[in-house]
Design a protein around this ligand. Structure first.
Ligand code: HXC
Length: 516
């Protein structure tokens, strides 16, 4: 062959590889607006930045006539590219080739780029669309999964790992995503389950649809497995691009700075009026967040799960931060099992990747009740406590209103080594609310009083006068400064600036034993 013939040969091979499972399967796949594996990478990555690896790799299985069914690339497109100029490693499973199922060869392609991502210190993004282990291959395919899980675990806390679920993902296909830092799903076209509806029916006789069992709504509202539920493939991929703006390439990098026109000393006058005088009246914590961050932009994570706590990314004067905030509008902002798990995992992500944590606190306590106790609120609440205590990134905490009891300690208190602790004049820092406190400590006195109702009211007022303010905490130095709400943005930015060179480390150890 001369060079022209060789180039033609290469062109034909490339064309064949890009066909995946062929045009009929591609057309079927695209029904309902789904994109192909390659189209997804086009949306995810900066135009023209994708470099493919292992395009011609094929499987080596000869069972069940598979030796006659080979497709270059073997059902996954792998390589690297850029998002807003930053290098990311990617893999995108192709459902048109054996249902995107995981063969030994497919696993080898994926672990090759995972290893490269770890060495290069760049994030890895997996676009998952797979029926699980390739059934015809048997145990070899299972071995491939084990190799991926191992690398997911090694990479955890070293490089950000992102998973998008973009089709039916069953069996082994769901475990790798669940080790990664953020899971995105697409409404109506993606599913995640360990065992599908048919197996469930056989084993437990329970009837459930794919959507009820493992659709995007289920996992973003009930189980919390998914952090984002996107409206379409394109929406999902654009959301991943947005998230990548807030995170660094690896644990030794700082998160990216984005210049802003929003002034660092902008006063937030509306906040002076936001907290209701009546402490039992709810207000929307999201309003505070959107008022204080750069250009009002907040990327909320787990938006529809455990809504009594809010977590997400925003910027202060261009600097990326993680925000954790109680939401008084839902369950009065109480901490429960789901909220504790949600916030703890988010805090650990921020701490792994040098992203400061800003906590906005209005918390009346842990949610009481048998349901919470029987399901282990003690252990799950301790996760949040552990995550805050362990985090060494800059920690800034602002108490807007209630901060009671154990929940006060947990939510980034000074005693857990928060760096800057601020409070509004409306803050109430106490062991519990005045009603509950008076019932416990003055029960006899109230019962013996001539007018128990009046006695209770007087004692409640006394307790409120003493503790329904931030000043005892300020006298003790647990609160560094009581600020006018309008100054919130200004003060947080000052604090972040002051803390940008913060260095703090934990005692040497193999790893801690977080109460899982
Ligand atoms: C080989 C597979 C496959 C698999 C799908 N296909 N899953 N081939 N191995 N695991 C093939 C189908 O045979 C079909 O081929 C094509 O992909 C499309 O699949 P359909 O069933 O037509 O698509 P759909 O109706 O959309 O259903 C998708 C699905 C279903 C829900 C994923 O295919 C399914 O239930 N697959 C099996 C899921 C499963 O049990 N996987 C094993 C899990 S065990 P043709 O040629 O007809 O187009 C596991 C263990 C790992 O993963 C544990 C590690 C810890």
């Amino acid at each position: 062959m001369n060079i022209q013939e060789r180039l033609k040969d290469l062109e034909l091979r490339n064309e064949k590889a890009c066909e995946g499972g062929g045009s009929a399967k591609n057309e079927k796949h695209k029904i309902g607006g789904r994109l192909t594996a390659r189209e997804r990478l086009d949306v995810l990555l900066d135009p023209g930045s994708f470099v493919e690896t292992d395009r011609f790799v094929t499987h080596r299985c000869n069972y069940f006539g598979l030796d006659k069914q080979k497709s270059p690339g073997d059902g996954v497109v792998t390589g690297y590219g850029r998002i807003n100029g930053k290098v990311v490693f990617v893999y995108s499973q192709d459902f048109t080739v054996f249902g995107g199922s995981m063969s030994r060869t497919q696993a080898n392609k994926i672990i090759k780029i995972m290893d490269m991502a770890i060495k290069a210190g760049s994030p890895i993004i997996g676009l998952n669309d797979s029926g699980g282990a390739r059934i015809q291959e048997g145990v070899e395919a299972l071995g491939g999964y084990a190799d991926i899980f191992l690398r997911n675990t090694y990479a955890s806390g070293v490089i950000p790992q992102i998973s998008a679920i973009m089709g039916p993902c069953a069996g082994g296909a769901v475990y790798s995503p669940s080790i990664t830092d953020f899971v995105f799903m697409v409404k109506d076209t993606s599913y995640m389950f360990v065992t599908g509806p048919d197996v469930i029916k056989t084993v437990t006789h329970e009837e459930v649809t794919k959507e009820q069992l493992g659709g995007a709504t289920t996992h973003s509202t009930k189980s919390g497995v998914a952090h984002f539920a996107a409206d379409s493939d394109k929406h999902c991929l654009l959301l991943i691009r947005e998230l990548m703006n807030f995170v660094p390439g690896n644990n030794l990098d700082d998160p990216p700075m984005l210049p802003t026109k929003d002034k660092p000393d902008r006063l937030c006058e509306s906040l002076n009026e936001l907290i209701p005088d009546n402490p039992k009246k709810p207000y929307d914590m999201l309003k505070i967040i959107k008022e204080i961050v750069d250009e009002g932009y907040f990327l909320e994570i787990h938006q529809h799960y455990a809504q009594n706590i809010i977590v997400g990314f925003a910027r202060f004067n261009g600097r990326s931060v993680g925000i954790v905030a109680n939401q008084p509008q839902i369950l009065a902002g109480c901490l429960n099992i789901e909220a504790s798990r949600k916030a703890a995992r988010f805090i650990r992500f921020c701490d792994s990747f040098n992203i400061p944590i800003v906590s906005l606190v209005d918390v009346p306590g842990f949610l009481p009740g048998t349901d919470q106790e029987y399901n282990g609120i003690i252990t799950h609440g301790a996760k949040l406590l552990y995550a805050y205590a362990e985090a060494t990134v800059p920690k800034i905490t602002l108490i807007t209103r209630k901060a009671y009891g154990g929940a006060y300690i947990v939510m980034g208190s000074k005693l857990l080594r928060s760096d800057v602790n601020l409070a509004y004049p409306s803050a109430e820092i106490a062991v519990m609310g005045a009603d509950g406190a008076v019932n416990v400590i003055f029960r006899d006195k109230i019962n013996k009083a001539q007018d128990p109702q009046l006695e209770r009211a007087n004692l409640t007022k006394d307790y409120e006068d003493k503790f329904s303010n931030p000043y005892i905490s300020a006298e003790l130095g647990y609160t560094d400064e009581v600020i006018e709400p309008a100054m919130t943005r200004h003060r947080i930015i000052d604090s972040l600036e002051m803390l940008k060179t913060k260095r703090e480390s934990l005692p040497p150890k193999k790893h801690g034993n977080i109460p899982l």
